[in-house]
Design a binder for this molecule. Structure first.
Ligand code: ARG
Ligand code: ZN
Length: 869
C-alpha cells in the first residue's frame, strides 16, 4: 500500500504549541506531551496521531483523563474518536532509548542520548501528527541524572536550568520558530564544548557551540571555521541571516547518515565533524566544510521554509546541495569542485537512473520515505537548480530566490510553488522545465557537427533521448541547456555568429527543447573542435561523433577546464572499453600517454586539477555505459591502461612525486591539499607499474607520512600492489591507530578495496575482527559498503559469493537497523546491466532477500523494486 503524491490532503488537525517533558533514563524514558490542537477546517474526523512502539501511560483531554474505551492504540497510531474543535491533549509514554538500535527516534550513542527524527522518527518519541506540514512552537523540558548527563540540549534558546533533588537536574529550551516535528532534537550526556561567536550582517551576536566527545574539542576547530564561513557566505550570496541567538552542533558516533539540520541543534555523524591533520584526510576536511555548510544552509532552505509533504524532499535537499556546492566552489575553486561534483553524480546517480531503482527527482509514490534520500533527489536535484540558474542567468536566479524566501517564509510548500517564483520574476513560462522533476532517467545528448569550409559555417545537430525507466515507458524531450564554444585544431579559440545574431561570440548557451535541433554558426574561420556541455551544463550523457583528434585539442587547450578534463576522461574511456571488448588500440594508448605527459607539464594548471586529470574513469562509471557489463574485463583493461601510463610516464611521475614532498607546517588550504592530491595521484598511478619498481617508494611514502592524507595515499598504493609490504603497513597502521574509531574505519575500508583474489576472504575474516561492529553504521559501511560498491571486480566474482555475502549482511543488519540495511540493496539492483550469468546470481540473492520472513518495509521496497524493474 504505497503512499501517493496525488493522495495528499491537508492535515485534519493543526498543533500550535508543543510542551514536552523528558525524564531521561536509558531503558525507560518517560515522555510527557501537552499539545494545543485545533481542527483544520469543517469536518468531523477523529483525531489520529502517529506513534510507533510507544508504551502508553496516560491520555487526557483538557485535563480530564480519557476512559480506556475513548481511544484506540495500534502499533502505528492513537485514535480518539470524538474531540472538541480546539483542545489540549496530554499524553505520557515510556520508551527505551538503550534498546533502540535502529538509530531513529531517541537512542543512545556512546552513553549519550541523541535523536534523529527526519523523516518519521518523531513518532517513536511521542504521539503526534508526524508530517512536515504541521508546524508548531516547542518548549522542551529535559530532566536527567546530573553526573551521568551533565549537558541537556534541545532546539532554540535555553530559557531555564537548575539542580534538583536526588542528583538530578533540568533544562528548559524554547524555540520561537514554528517547526515541523522532524526538526526536533534532543541530546544529553557528557560532552566537551568548543565555543565561538559570529556577528551577523545586521549586527546581532550569535553564540556558536560545537559539542564533542570529551577530549576532542580541538578536532572541531575546522568545523567551527567552516560554520563561520558558511554564515558569512549565506549573507553575502543569498542575503540570508541566522535567526536564533545560539547555534549548536553535536557530533555522535552512531548515526545512520551524514548529518541532520535540526533547528538550532544540528547533529552530525562524527566522521563529518572531527578533523585534525593526523587523523583526517584532505577529503575529510573537504566533506566537513561542505556538510557543515549544507546543514547550516538548511536553516533557510528546509527549516524556515519546509516541505509540504515528503514527495517535495528535493525542494529542500536539491536546493541545499546546490547551495553547498556553490559554497565549496567559492571556497576551493569552482572548476575543481565542479569536476568532483560531476564525478560523484556519475558514480552514484547515473547508475541509479540506469537501473530498476530509477525514480523522479520528485517521486510520486513510496513505501518508506527513508528509501528516497537518494543521489537522484540530492545530487540530480541540485543539477536541476543549477540548470535553472543557467537558463535564467545569475541575476534573475537571485531575484527568484529572494521572492521564494519572501513569499514562503514560515510555510511548508511545494516544488511547484518554488518554480513559480522564478516564473513570476522572469516572466518566463517554466512549465516545460518542470519535466526535469517528473521524468526519471539520464538523457543521452547526441552531438553531430558538419563544417562547411567554403561557407565558413558549422551545422551542429543536437538530439536527445531518454531510455524508459520503471513506470515511465515514454519519455519527452527536456529543456536542456548546452553551453558551448569552438576551438581550431591548433587549440586557438574560434569566434562565431549564431544564426540570427550579428555580434561574434566565443561562447553560447543554447537550450535544446526538441528531440532534435540543428543550429547554424557562421563566421567560423576554420574546422572546429566543438566543446559542448561546458561546465557540465546539464546532467546528461554526451555521445559525440567527433574524432579523437578533436579531443586531443581540447585536452591540450580547451579554455573550459571542465571540458579539458572531460576530454581526457572520454579518451581514456574509449581506450579502456575497446580493450575490455578485446580490441585494444595500442597506438591510441601511446598517444594518450604522451598527451597526458604534456598536460602534466602544463605550468599554468593547478595541481588539484592535474590530480583529477590523472584519475581515470572509475570501474563503476565504465560499467554503467557498457552493455552488458563485465566487471573483471573492465578492471583488467583499466589496469592495463594505468600500467601503460605508469611505464610511459614513470620518470615524470617519480619526479613529480619527489618534488611535491612537503616539509614544514601542515596546511589544510585548498592549494596545499591540491599538491598532496597530485602527489598521491602520481603514486597511485605508479602503483600500476607491473614491474614492482615503485614498491619502495610507496613504503617510504607511507612511513614518512606526517598527516593522514599521505598515510592513506601510501596505504592505498600498497593495497594496489599487495603482498608483504601491504600486510606490514596494515599492521603498523592498526597498532598506531587502534584507539581512534574514525581512523580504524579507514583501515577496514582500504582492505575492502583490495584487488587481490582473496579480497572476499579477507572481508569475511574482518567481520569477525574484534573491532568490527555491525551496530555502528560507519564501521559497517566501511567494510561491507566499500566492498559492495567500491570493489566491483571482486564483488562481482563469477562464483556469486560476493552477492551472497552482501545479502547475508543486509539480512543480519535488517533485524535491528532497516535504514542502514536498505542502503546496501543498490549494488544488487543493477543486475540487468551485467553479464547474464552474473545478473542471474544477483537476482537469486534479491529473491532470497524478498522471501525472508520479517523483512523490514525499507529493504522489502528496494529489493522488490530491484527485481521488478
Ligand atoms: N536532512 C538530512 C540532510 O540532508 C538527512 C536526513 C536523512 N534522513 C533519512 N531518513 N535518510 O542533511
Ligand atoms: Zn540536507
Amino acid at each position: 500500500q504505497p503512499i501517493r503524491l496525488s493522495d495528499y490532503r491537508p492535515p485534519a488537525f493543526l498543533v500550535d504549541e508543543v510542551h514536552l517533558d523528558f525524564q531521561l533514563e536509558p531503558n525507560a524514558t518517560r515522555v510527557r506531551s501537552r499539545l494545543t490542537l485545533r481542527r483544520n477546517g469543517e469536518h468531523a474526523e477523529p483525531l489520529r496521531l502517529d506513534g510507533v512502539r510507544l508504551k502508553p501511560v496516560s491520555v487526557a483531554i483538557d485535563g480530564r483523563p480519557l476512559a480506556e474505551d475513548a481511544y484506540a492504540i495500534t502499533p502505528e497510531d492513537l485514535t480518539i474518536a470524538s474531540v472538541p474543535d480546539a483542545f489540549v491533549l496530554e499524553t505520557e509514554v515510556e520508551i527505551d532509548p538503550e534498546g533502540n538500535k535502529a538509530l531513529e527516534g531517541l537512542y543512545m550513542s556512546g552513553g549519550r542520548f541523541c535523536s534523529q527524527c527526519e523523516a518519521e522518527g518523531f513518532r517513536k518519541i511521542t504521539w503526534f501528527p508526524d508530517r512536515p506540514d504541521v508546524l508548531a512552537r516547542y518548549t522542551v523540558r529535559i530532566e536527567a541524572d546530573q553526573a551521568a548527563f551533565p549537558r541537556l540540549l534541545s532546539n532554540g534558546n535555553l530559557t531555564q536550568s537548575g539542580a534538583l533533588a536526588g542528583g538530578r537536574h533540568f533544562a528548559i529550551w524554547t524555540d520561537p520558530f514554528p517547526k515541523p516535528c522532524y526538526l526536533f532534537a534532543l541530546v544529553a550526556g557528557e560532552l566537551d564544548e568548543l565555543a565561538d561567536s559570529f556577528v551577523t550582517m545586521s549586527g546581532r551576536q550569535v553564540e556558536l557551540r560545537i559539542y564533542v566527545d570529551p577530549g576532542m574539542a580541538q578536532r572541531a576547530l575546522y568545523a567551527m571555521d567552516s560554520l563561520k564561513r558558511s554564515m558569512k557566505w549565506d549573507e553575502e550570496t543569498f542575503g540570508r541571516e541566522y535567526d536564533l541567538d545560539l547555534f549548536m552542533i553535536v557530533a555522535v558516533r552512531d548515526f545512520n547518515f551524514g548529518a541532520m539540520e535540526n533547528k538550532g541543534l544540528n547533529v552530525f555523524n562524527s566522521s563529518l565533524l572531527l578533523a585534525d591533520p593526523e587523523t583526517a584526510t584532505d577529503f575529510d576536511y573537504e566533506r566537513i566544510e561542505g556538510v557543515v555548510a549544507h546543514e547550516y544552509f538548511h536553516n533557510w532552505t528546509g527549516n524556515r521554509i519546509t516541505c509540504r509533504d515528503w514527495f517535495q524532499l528535493c525542494l529542500k535537499e536539491g536546493l541545499t546541495v546546490f547551495r553547498d556546492q556553490s559554497f565549496s566552489g567559492d571556497m576551493r575553486g569552482a572548476v575543481v569542485q565542479r569536476i568532483k561534483d560531476v564525478k560523484a553524480l556519475r558514480a552514484r546517480q547515473f547508475p541509479e537512473d540506469a537501473g530498476p531503482l530509477a525514480h523522479q527527482v520528485r517521486p510520486s509514490s513510496y513505501l518508506k520515505i527513508d528509501n528516497f534520500y537518494t543521489a537522484t533527489i540530492y545530487e540530480k536535484g541540485a543539477e536541476v537548480i543549477r540548470m535553472l540558474k543557467t537558463i535564467l542567468g545569475a541575476e534573475m536566479f537571485r531575484k527568484g530566490m529572494d521572492l521564494y524566501f519572501e513569499r514562503w517564509d514560515g510555510h511548508a510548500t511545494t516544488v511547484e510553488a518554488f518554480i513559480q517564483c522564478f516564473a513570476d520574476v522572469s516572466g518566463k513560462d517554466l512549465s516545460a522545465f518542470f519535466a526535469w522533476y517528473e521524468q526519471a532517467g539520464t538523457p543521452k545528448l547526441e552531438v553531430d557537427a558538419a563544417y562547411d569550409a567554403e561557407a565558413k559555417a558549422l551545422e551542429l545537430t543536437l538530439s536527445q533521448a531518454t531510455a524508459p525507466t520503471p513506470g515511465q515507458p515514454d519519455k519527452q524531450p527536456l529543456p536542456l541547456p548546452v553551453a558551448l564554444g569552438l576551438l581550431d585544431l591548433d587549440g586557438e579559440v574560434l569566434s562565431f555568429r549564431q544564426e540570427g545574431t550579428l555580434a561574434p561570440a566565443t561562447e553560447a548557451v543554447v537550450v535544446l527543447d526538441q528531440a532534435r535541433q540543428t543550429l547554424r554558426f557562421e563566421g567560423v574561420a576554420s574546422e572546429p573542435a566543438v566543446s559542448v556541455l561546458r561546465g557540465f551544463s546539464a546532467p546528461v550523457r554526451v555521445v559525440s561523433a567527433a574524432p579523437a583528434k578533436h579531443r586531443y585539442v581540447q585536452l591540450a587547450a580547451d579554455p573550459d577546464l571542465f571540458n579539458r578534463w572531460e576530454a581526457g576522461q572520454d579518451l581514456a574511456r574509449d581506450l579502456i572499453l575497446a580493450r575490455a571488448a578485446g580490441e585494444p588500440d595500442e597506438v591510441g594508448e601511446e598517444r594518450f600517454a604522451e598527451a597526458m605527459g604534456r598536460a602534466l607539464n602544463d605550468q599554468a594548471a593547478e595541481p588539484a586539477f592535474k590530480a583529477l586529470l590523472l584519475s581515470l574513469p572509475s570501474e563503476s562509471d565504465l560499467a554503467v555505459i557498457s552493455a552488458p557489463a563485465d566487471p573483471a574485463a573492465i578492471r583488467e583493461a583499466r589496469e592495463s591502461l594505468r600500467a601503460r601510463l605508469a611505464i610511459h610516464l614513470g620518470d615524470q611521475l617519480r619526479r613529480l612525486h619527489g618534488g611535491l614532498q612537503e616539509a614544514g607546517e601542515f596546511s589544510a588550504s585548498a592549494e596545499a591539499a591540491g599538491r598532496r592530491a597530485l602527489r598521491n595521484a602520481a603514486l597511485e598511478l605508479l602503483a600500476a607499474d607491473p614491474r614492482a619498481i615503485n614498491v619502495d617508494r610507496a613504503v617510504g611514502h607511507f612511513q614518512a607520512a606526517g598527516n593522514m592524507t599521505d598515510a592513506m595515499g601510501g596505504l592505498a598504493a600498497l593495497m594496489l600492489m599487495g603482498g608483504e609490504p601491504f600486510e606490514q603497513a596494515l599492521t603498523a597502521f592498526y597498532e598506531r591507530w587502534k584507539a581512534e574509531p574514525l581512523v580504524i574505519d579507514k583501515w577496514f575500508a582500504v582492505q575492502a578495496r583490495s584487488p587481490s583474489e582473496d579480497a572476499l576472504g579477507r572481508v569475511l575474516g574482518l567481520t569477525t575482527h574484534p573491532d568490527f561492529d555491525a551496530k555502528n553504521p560507519n564501521r559497517f559501511r566501511a567494510l561491507v559498503g566499500t566492498f559492495a560498491a567500491g570493489n566491483p571486480a571482486r564483488f562481482h566474482d563469477p562464483s556469486g559469493d560476493g552477492y551472497r555475502f552482501l545479502a547475508d549482511q543486509i539480512l543480519a543488519v535488517d533485524g535491528f537497523n532497516p535504514m542502514t540495511a536498505a542502503r546496501l540493496v543498490e549494488p544488487l539492483g543493477g543486475w540487468r546491466r551485467y553479464r547474464p550469468e552474473l545478473g542471474a546470481l544477483m537476482r537469486a540473492q534479491l529473491e532470497r532477500i524478498v522471501a525472508t520472513e520479517g523483512l523490514s518495509k525499507n529493504v522489502f521496497e528496494l529489493a522488490s523494486r530491484a527485481l521488478e524493474g
